[in-house]
Design a protein around this ligand. Structure first.
Ligand SMILES: Cc1ncc(COP(=O)(O)O)c(C=O)c1O
Length: 396
């Protein structure tokens, strides 16, 4: 059998900007200048020898800068279509450092369905330093507009939101921000989508935040965070804060994030394929009351999600007709879905959001309903995942 020749003549010269699949493997990473190593080395060092006072090779001390971190920061910036990237020791450290751009007496409009730790930072830490917060369903643009004040400095979005997977129209919020007298920044937590599914800076947002712990790292083996932006003055201030506050990641975690990012595109496609299959199975199950997944046509913002994101992502939530005790039995009865906090790794996870990831908002206006089950759908075979849930549903 003879194979058809490869149609080289159809290949266009590289005048276009590279696709995300290509960027994920190459962005920010050059062969190591010292050895040619194709993988960015783990520069496990705290300091750098100077040949004379102030004479160095661009690095003085690893809180200020480290070559493994620099590769990650450059790569993240390219992936999000921003000019600058900054890496942190956790997603919360990235959010906390960004919020230091907001002064006492200034106001933030934030989503009312955000990661419990983000709500806790805003409500229980930063309020005490004089920052003002209004929490609202940011999917409702009229309500966002109505809350803006002359001292509003930042609109904070999480889309898809955690845990209820609400979708906010990023470009719509940017338009509202730009036309308001206070011209607040728009910051987007892009953790649930990843830059493969959604690129907020291209929609006009000022800042993107990630918990790199999740889809970017992708293997449940690191805790990290990132900020990406294009404004030079804000970058200079945030870079100063990154060093002054010091919540930086170590080189090993930066290496793990860099390695995880290389497979981001293939992982995100499979996460979404599996999540869609799991959501459709649950939606047809007689014991399941409600399924929330942006890829399902009955999701209230399905069309917006399909416009703003490449696919529905890997997160699914659902409730049972039965009581909370049954939900607790179910989450402990699965075999492949591990009962654990966090998300975005190759292995599937299941949790009861109100009692676990969102325990910190219990009793607040943002509390999560007690029976809401959250799935991070992993990369196992979708039929095994569905069979696992079908078995566990027999227990309730
Ligand atoms: C959407 C979102 N943002 C931020 C964070 C905080 O990230 P980290 O746990 O890396 O501090 C999380 C953690 O679950 C999250 O889900």
């Amino acid at each position: 059998m003879t194979l058809a020749p490869t149609p080289h003549s159809d290949l266009k010269p590289m005048t276009h900007s590279p696709h995300l699949e290509t960027l994920a493997i190459h962005a920010g990473q050059k062969p190591d200048p010292a050895t040619g190593a194709i993988m960015t080395p783990i520069y496990q060092t705290s300091t750098y020898v100077q040949s004379g006072v102030g004479e160095h090779k661009g690095y003085e001390y690893s809180r200020t800068g480290n070559p493994t971190r620099a590769a990650l920061e450059a790569g993240l910036a390219e992936l999000e279509g921003g000019k600058y990237g900054l890496a942190f020791s956790s997603g919360m450290a990235a959010i906390d450092t960004l919020l230091r751009l907001v002064a006492a007496g200034e106001h933030v409009v934030a989503g009312d369905d955000v990661y419990g730790g983000t709500h806790r930072l805003f409500d229980k830490v930063l309020k005490a330093y004089g920052l003002e917060f209004s929490f609202v369903d940011t999917a409702d643009l009229d309500r966002v507009r109505a809350l803006l004040r002359p001292n509003t400095k930042l609109i904070w979005l999480e889309t898809p939101s955690n845990p209820r997977l609400r979708i906010t129209d990023i470009a719509g919020v940017v338009e509202i921000a730009r036309s308001h007298v206070s011209r607040p920044w728009v910051g987007v937590d892009n953790t649930f989508a990843s830059p493969y599914l959604q690129r907020p800076l291209e929609l006009g947002a000022d800042f993107v935040v990630h918990s790199t712990t999740k889809y970017l790292g992708g293997h449940s083996d690191l805790v990290g965070g990132a900020l990406i932006l294009s404004d030079e003055a804000a970058y200079e201030r945030l870079k100063f804060l990154q060093n002054a506050v010091g919540a930086v990641p170590g080189p090993m975690d930066c290496f793990l994030a860099l390695r995880g990012i290389k497979t981001l595109a293939v992982r995100m496609d499979r996460h979404a394929e599996n999540a869609q299959a799991v959501a459709e199975f649950l939606a047809d199950h007689p014991k399941v009351q409600q399924v929330i997944y942006p890829g399902l046509q009955d999701h209230p913002q399905h069309e917006l999600a399909m416009r703003q994101m490449r696919n529905g992502g890997g997160m699914v939530c659902f409730t049972l007709y039965a009581d909370e005790a049954s939900a607790r039995r179910l989450v402990a009865a699965t075999r492949y879905f591990a009962l654990a906090e966090s998300l975005g790794g190759v292995e599937s996870l299941i949790e009861l959001a109100a009692a676990m990831t969102h325990a910190s908002v219990a009793g607040s206006g943002n509390a999560v309903e007690p029976g809401l089950i959250r799935l991070s759908v992993g990369l196992e075979h979708k039929n095994d995942l569905i069979a696992d849930l079908a078995n566990a549903l027999l227990e309730v």
